[in-house]
Ligand binder design. Structure first.
Ligand code: NAG
Length: 389
């Protein structure tokens, strides 16, 4: 028993090497070389050069976006007179978020007070006062009993609401036509935590004089962080006029694709622009456009509250940041090489199959490759001690 264990332990120190059979077969030989060339080509061309298989990558990007708008416009309407719109008025919310809204068109209902007034016929659904009633124009008689009065002149009933109710029509031209020339200054700070790499889209080479002058342009100023609203909309393939009148949503993409084996100055943002609220080939006007209402409240001298109701149309901008970074690392390099070598093994297997089973002389090759050894138990036992010598 002890001797068997001893034999086993000693045999662990033996090195076994494979014995090769060289088949002088040009067809299979050429096939095998072609396969090897293919694998080497794949490994070098696709895995290493194109896919950068020697790099460790990081797809998590930490980013912060700060925006600032500039530009002023005047509007003149019959209800509210001459008005000046600065960034503090037309940007909602004003704190310079990643997502912001620019007012380009609006309907204002000034000086609303809480009280009783007739409804406006085509806006019935907005202002009903009785909860849980499903009333429309047809059911107006019903309402008569519930609230008391209906007014013959307007053909509608009286309601308790902020009066007068909104009745203005959306202007067919954007009220803030100069919004086209407003500028958006986008500051984007990014960080790839795995590589402790951080950068900003305002490049270190940018000075303040350039920042005052430049406007982003794909060809001439690709790294200028200041965008003209009108240009951004044009690059999405839509017209400013359309979007500004009915409202819409625009996505500004910032893509960071950084090869950190190269110099830091090679890691730069790439901008893209797209309209987010459009469904391709859809003519459905019910889903396009963007508007909402808000009110500004005041007190008059008598202490009574009144408000100005705004229904605003405009363009919502979403700044979408994504990116990835890669840097040389030994582990992915070894894994890529290893998987390439494994593919070579697949070549050996395929060529073996062809050689041993699909050629006219296959049986000859099989006989040479597979050696059948028949050993009786008697010869095996005395042979064992010989391995020690
Ligand atoms: C925007 O600026 C351009 C160039 O300065 C000017 O031609 C255009 O009239 C301006 N647009 C509006 C709506 O003011």
């Amino acid at each position: 028993m002890a001797q068997t264990w001893g034999n086993f332990l000693f045999s662990l120190l033996d090195y076994k090497t494979e014995k090769f059979v060289i088949a002088k077969n040009k067809k299979v030989g050429v096939l095998f070389r072609l396969f090897q060339l293919g694998v080497i080509g794949y490994l070098i061309g696709w895995v290493f050069l194109w896919k950068k298989g020697y790099q460790e990558t990081e797809e998590v990007i930490q980013s912060s976006v700060i925006t600032k708008l500039k530009g002023v416009d005047f509007t003149n309407s019959s209800q509210s007179g001459l008005q000046l719109w600065g960034a503090e008025d037309y940007v909602i919310p004003p704190q310079g978020d990643r997502v912001f809204f620019i007012v380009t068109n609006y309907v204002v209902t000034p000086n609303q007070k809480l009280g009783y007034c007739p409804e406006v016929r085509d806006r019935l659904l907005f202002y009903f006062v009785i909860p849980n009633t499903n009333y429309a124009t047809k059911n107006m008689r019903h309402l008569l009993e519930r609230t008391g009065r209906c007014i013959n002149d307007t053909g509608t009933c009286e309601i308790h609401a902020w009066c007068p109710v909104e009745h203005g029509q959306t202007p067919s031209e954007p009220m803030l036509a100069k919004a086209e020339n407003f500028t958006i200054y986008v500051k984007n700070f990014i960080k790839f935590p795995k590589f402790a790499f951080s950068k900003s889209n305002v490049l270190p080479t940018t000075n303040s004089t350039y920042l005052k002058m430049c406007r982003y342009d794909k060809d001439h100023h690709p790294y200028c962080p200041i965008f003209l609203v009108g240009d951004v909309i044009n690059w999405t393939g839509y017209s400013f006029q359309d979007l500004a009148t009915k409202g819409g949503s625009i996505g500004v993409g910032i893509e960071w694709n950084c090869d950190l084996d190269k110099d830091e100055s090679q890691c730069n943002p790439e901008y893209s622009f797209t309209r987010l609220d459009s469904v391709k080939n859809s003519q459905n006007s019910a889903i396009s456009g963007y508007n909402f209402r808000f009110a500004r409240y005041y007190n008059d001298v008598a202490g009574q509250t009144y408000r100005n109701l705004f229904k605003v149309y405009g363009i919502r901008f979403d700044i979408l940041v994504n990116g990835k970074a890669g840097r040389f690392s030994i582990i992915p390099t070894v894994i890529s090489i290893g998987s390439g070598l494994a593919l070579m093994g697949a070549g050996v297997f395929v060529c073996d199959m062809i050689l041993l089973y699909m050629m006219s002389k296959s049986s000859f090759y099989r006989e040479t490759k597979f050696e059948t050894v028949r050993v009786s138990l008697q010869t095996l036992i005395p042979a064992a001690p010989q391995t020690f010598m």
